[in-house]
Design a protein around this ligand. Structure first.
Ligand code: HEM
Ligand SMILES: *[C@@H]1O[C@H](CO)[C@@H](O)[C@H](O)[C@H]1NC(C)=O
Ligand SMILES: *[C@@H]1O[C@H](CO)[C@@H](O)[C@H](O)[C@H]1NC(C)=O
Ligand SMILES: *[C@@H]1O[C@H](CO)[C@@H](O)[C@H](O)[C@H]1NC(C)=O
Ligand SMILES: *[C@@H]1O[C@H](CO)[C@@H](O)[C@H](O)[C@H]1NC(C)=O
Ligand SMILES: *[C@@H]1O[C@H](CO)[C@@H](O)[C@H](O)[C@H]1NC(C)=O
Length: 316
């Protein structure tokens, strides 16, 4: 190898190490708010005991936060006179939920350690705690994200993937935030928990051919061609509150609920990952945990960028 190439390689390696998220640390709050992690965990457990679905909703909030200008709590901001927030973007409107749980946990954190724990970090922690509560894998959540001063509805429309997407669209929306094809397949495994509205899967059950006929029929009974837009069906019809590999097993028999889900097992290069995850819970769990860490590392605000919001709804 020519010397020049070697130095170029070194540069690339250091560039990767230094870009972005070396700053996040699992111990970020260990002296400034030693009980932060247990406060969040208790809040998540209490909320899911109260409503089994809400952990799924909390997991999704972190995803929808991170894909729009990084994991910066922007999804939590209400509209102001200077910007329109992300809550009413197409993928979020009448769909994202769990805000009261975030508020309750934030209130408890503010009582224990005022002005210390960011809303963006709360989202990262509740996502992990929800997955663990449902029986999924655990991971160490890097912390130290700060909160954005603004939000952008158009960016939410542009960057959050939609259920109508095909494989190439899905691949490019993950690539746009620095996530790999494999991350896309494994993070979609989050659809082992929670629900979708009729409006999100209608076109798949009436128009697509890569769906089990009896499965489509039974869904058509719940979700008519028009109306009932908000009728819910489980994303994993077998175990909707259990974090397991059944989501992938469903895809193998063409029982994915969303068009985008079934794209992952449709005679393409995602198939081999789906087969593996359907068979090997250990591989699914460890790749999912690693994928969540990478997703949580998307463009965090650190240092003196952004702020620690006192209320997750608005800037200070
Ligand atoms: C691959 C691209 C993805 C697409 C196109 C997509 C799309 C959707 C749609 C359409 C819904 C139903 C929303 C509704 O009808 O109200 C949904 C629900 C959900 N999504 Fe995704 N999603 C994707 C990836 C992810 C990822 C990466 C995660 C988390 C790591 C995730 C977590 C969830 C969860 C947990 C729910 C259920 C939420 C609840 O019950 O409140 N999704 N997703
Ligand atoms: C959000 O949903 C509400 C209630 O269905 C609707 O009135 C409103 O127009 C929607 N907003 C956007 C921006 O689509
Ligand atoms: C909001 O996001 C859109 C789409 O990514 C972008 O074109 C626009 O410049 C952003 N607006 C602001 C104020 O950053
Ligand atoms: C994906 O959908 C677009 C239209 O949205 C189409 O042009 C493209 O050919 C599709 N790609 C695949 C692999 O189906
Ligand atoms: C989907 O992908 C196709 C190419 O395969 C592209 O032409 C189209 O603009 C994409 N649509 C979205 C919404 O990204
Ligand atoms: C099925 O596809 C046709 C043609 O693209 C479209 O007009 C129709 O609205 C779709 N039906 C549903 C239920 O999505």
């Amino acid at each position: 190898m020519a010397c020049g190439n070697f130095y170029l390689l070194l540069l690339i390696v250091f560039g990767v190490v230094h870009s972005g998220h070396g700053q996040l640390s699992p111990n970020f709050y260990s002296s400034s708010c030693p009980n932060a992690l247990s406060i969040v965990k208790q809040g998540v457990a209490k909320a899911i005991k109260n409503e089994a679905r809400v952990g799924a909703s909390l997991l999704r909030l972190h995803f929808h936060d991170c894909f729009v200008n990084g994991c910066d709590g922007s999804i939590l901001l209400d509209d102001t006179s200077t910007f329109t927030g992300e809550k009413t973007a197409i993928p979020n409107n009448n769909s994202v939920r769990g805000f009261e749980v975030v508020d309750q946990i934030k209130a408890n954190l503010e009582k224990a350690c005022p002005g210390v724990v960011s809303c963006a970090d709360i989202l990262a922690l509740i996502a992990r705690d929800a997955v663990v509560y449902y029986g999924g894998p655990t991971w160490k959540v890097g912390l130290g994200r700060r909160d954005s001063l603004t939000a952008n509805r158009s960016a939410a429309n542009a960057f959050i993937p939609q259920p109508s997407f095909n494989l190439s669209n899905l691949t490019s929306s993950f690539a746009a935030v620095g996530l790999s094809f494999k991350d896309m397949v494994v993070l979609s495994g989050a659809h082992t928990v929670g629900f979708a509205r009729c409006t999100s899967f209608r076109s798949h059950i009436y128009n697509d051919t890569n769906i089990d006929a009896a499965f489509a029929k039974s869904l058509q009974n719940k979700c008519p061609r028009s109306g009932s837009n908000n009728v819910l069906q489980p994303l994993d019809y077998q175990t909707k509150f259990q974090f397991d590999e059944k989501y992938y097993q469903n895809l193998l028999v063409k029982k994915g609920l969303l068009h985008s889900d079934q794209q992952l097992y449709n005679g393409n290069k995602a198939d081999s990952y789906v087969k593996m995850y359907a068979m090997k819970q250990g591989e699914f769990f460890s790749d999912f945990a690693a994928g969540m860490i990478r997703m949580g590392n998307i463009k965090p605000l650190t240092g003196s960028n952004g702020e620690i919001r006192r209320s997750c709804h608005k800037t200070n």
